[in-house]
Design a protein around this ligand. Structure first.
Ligand code: SAM
Length: 462
């Protein structure tokens, strides 16, 4: 692809994405009835378009049996990623500055992930991206692919085309050009341009600019290859690689009873072809973004194998109690993520992450005995709410990551995430981070935060 189609002059954000963790991807595959990769003797994982490398570096730090690779075209991203790995003193991650079309020698992978990349690159780059997966994904390996989806993003196509065109010849870097072009688009929308008035983005430009950095927005929207795709287009492009759908990393996709009205469920259930059904489902949800998981021919699990694997899956709370309550109160679809088993699950997990099988026992001891099925429903709903996550079966010692986060506070590369000893990362807002580091303030004095950090093997105070 030509470099001019990407925002290569301003760096992207430094975020950790929990959906990219091996435990999350395994969980999605198992929920959809497909066997995840065997990890008893270690595993390999690759992030295509890894950005600043925070997810890859954090996962390398708390998965010592994994080998991690990040690949990205942008020099500033790879410099940051390599600097982070060096500061962490970890040897099980390698970052390469490379184009998908011209990668360095790579091993074969159990997991290949790409977040926010596929619908931002042009056709030839997508071809190279798929060829890379084809060459390097092991049989039974999993792919995570997130992308802007149709039909929800359809209304944004005119906005995106206009802002990219208007920004093209303006002075400054992509972030500067985005700000000026956005102002023109906003004024045109206000003046009554009908297609712009209909887009959710054009209408929310002021708010977007207030919440997100112009650099992020330039990467997000001022990209020549930007084109949202229908789920059927993505599935058709990946099928020749032997990739079959293995569920979704958006866990509410497993709770149709909550997110789809009964009439829609009934109509959808009459569509026999699974790809057509998923496409129609996206129309009901007016889906804007998908996080699809694919398996390279992983064997199907029968009902007993699926239940057995889920019973052994360990889950962790990832929000402090007060935020958890707020997350559960947010209305979703037809109701809320709160189920009859929620209270029992939260109580059982608040001390430390537990296996589903143990959760049922703990709930029974608390006088609530909803049984394994209802426990699973409650856990999946809590996962969909962002309050709970599937994690690794065993903890590892974490020390350097926390020290690096503390050292970077107030610096240009500040990280707002902590590495859990259970194989995930905990997002932490700027104010909480500072008060924890200072050993004082709201968060440091908050028993809910103390409890959460302790349950993730992190010392209270940084
Ligand atoms: C929207 S950003 C997402 C970054 C990261 N995955 C994240 O979510 O934080 C897209 C990334 O893809 C990278 N990229 C785009 N085209 C590429 C190509 N042909 N080869 C390698 N990386 C590419 C960009 O440099 C950029 O870091």
């Amino acid at each position: 692809m030509s470099n001019s189609s990407m925002a290569l002059d301003v760096p992207y954000t430094r975020h950790f994405y929990p959906e990219l963790t091996p435990a999350w991807l395994d969980h999605a595959a198992v929920l959809s009835g497909i066997k995840p990769p065997e990890r008893a003797n270690g595993f390999t994982w690759c992030d295509l378009g890894c950005g600043q490398g925070v997810t890859a570096a954090l996962l390398a730090a708390n998965h010592p049996t994994g080998r991690f690779v990040g690949l990205d075209l942008m020099a500033a991203h790879i410099d940051h990623a390599q600097g982070l790995a060096a500061a962490l003193g970890i040897g099980n991650v390698a970052f390469h500055r490379a184009d998908f079309a011209n990668p360095p020698p790579l091993p074969d992978f159990d997991y290949i992930v790409a977040h926010g990349v596929y619908t931002w690159i042009d056709g030839p780059a997508q071809d190279a991206f798929r060829a890379l997966i084809d060459r390097h994904l092991k049989p039974g390996g999993l792919v995570y692919l997130s992308y802007n989806a149709m039909p929800g993003c359809g209304v944004d196509v005119p906005f995106q085309a206009l802002i990219t065109a208007l920004g093209q010849d303006l002075p400054g870097n992509s972030a500067d050009r985005f700000v000026v072009a956005a102002d023109m688009v906003r004024r045109l929308a206000a003046a009554g341009a009908p297609t712009l008035g209909g887009t959710s983005i054009a209408g929310a430009l002021n708010e977007l600019l207030a919440r997100k950095s112009p650099g992020y927005l330039a990467h997000e929207y001022m990209v020549a290859g930007w084109r949202p795709l229908f789920v059927t287009e993505v599935r058709a492009a990946l099928a020749p690689l032997g990739l079959i759908p293995a569920g979704s990393a958006i866990l509410s996709d497993f709770i149709d009873g909550l997110v789809l009205p009964a009439a829609a469920r009934q109509t959808l259930s009459a569509i026999n072809d699974p790809n057509q059904r998923e496409l129609a489902r996206d129309f009901v949800l007016n889906r804007r973004f998908r996080r699809d998981v694919f398996s390279r021919g992983g064997p199907r699990l029968d009902a007993a194998e699926r239940a057995g694997r889920l019973a052994k899956t360990r889950y962790a709370l990832v929000l402090p109690e007060d935020r958890l309550r707020a997350a559960l109160r947010i209305p979703v679809g037809l109701g809320s993520f709160e189920t009859p088993g929620t209270g029992a699950v939260v109580t059982a997990l608040s001390r430390r992450p537990q296996r589903l099988s143990a959760l049922s026992g703990i709930a029974a001891a608390l006088g609530a005995a909803p049984g394994d099925g209802a426990m699973l429903d409650a856990v999946v709903a809590l996962c969909a709410a962002g309050a709970v996550r599937p994690v690794e079966p065993d903890p590892v010692a974490i020390d350097r990551f926390t020290a690096v986060v503390r050292d970077r506070i107030d610096g240009p590369d500040e990280l707002q995430v902590l590495a859990s000893s259970w194989g995930t990362g905990l997002a932490i807002d700027a104010a909480t981070l500072r008060s924890l580091a200072a050993g004082s303030g709201v968060a440091a004095g908050s028993p809910a935060w103390q409890q959460l950090l302790r349950s993730h093997g992190l010392p209270f105070g940084l």
